[in-house]
Design a protein around this ligand. Structure first.
Ligand code: TYD
Length: 136
């Protein structure tokens, strides 16, 4: 994971905790390395479901599993690795041409995604062969 690519990083968030519990604040260009334009979250996902199966051309994202757990397969066209997201204290940063598949969602999983751009279908590559061609 460490040497996978500079376009993929696990970010440890600063947790503010006291005897009441914990708090994490995500701020654009500070804890999140871009200007957040969009937030969406995936929830009520069936455990045997796989999602994603796409790459982005320009989008930057941070994926945070704020509740439960899930796994993310990431593929830069040369190497693949799987990341377990099971803590609200960490975010998975993905930039540019990275194929991603999300799976093994726990029953209570809430996967929040912070994105650098508004939704734009033209930024998606949804065909794996096209992705491999664009990587070259
Ligand atoms: P989809 O890309 O299939 O989700 P996943 O990557 O998790 O497999 O998106 C599901 C639907 O939601 C699809 O019709 C596109 C739409 N959508 C938006 O309208 N806005 C968004 O920000 C996102 C991420 C998806």
């Amino acid at each position: 994971m460490k040497n996978f690519s500079r376009a993929v990083q696990l970010i440890d968030f600063n947790v503010k905790g006291d005897d009441r519990g914990s708090l994490i604040s995500l701020e654009r260009n500070i804890s999140i390395p871009f200007d957040i334009q969009r937030v969406y979250y995936i929830f009520d996902t069936k455990t045997d479901v796989k999602r994603g199966f796409h790459a982005h051309r320009n989008l930057k994202q941070v994926l945070v599993c704020v509740n439960g757990s899930c796994q993310i397969l990431i593929d830069n066209g040369k190497e693949k690795t799987t990341v377990l997201l099971d803590s609200p204290n960490q975010g998975l940063y993905l930039e540019g041409l990275i194929w991603r598949e999300m799976f093994a969602f726990s029953e209570n999983c809430v996967l929040m995604v912070l994105a650098s751009e508004l939704y734009d279908e033209s930024d998606y590559i949804r065909n794996y062969e096209d992705f491999i061609k664009e990587c070259q």
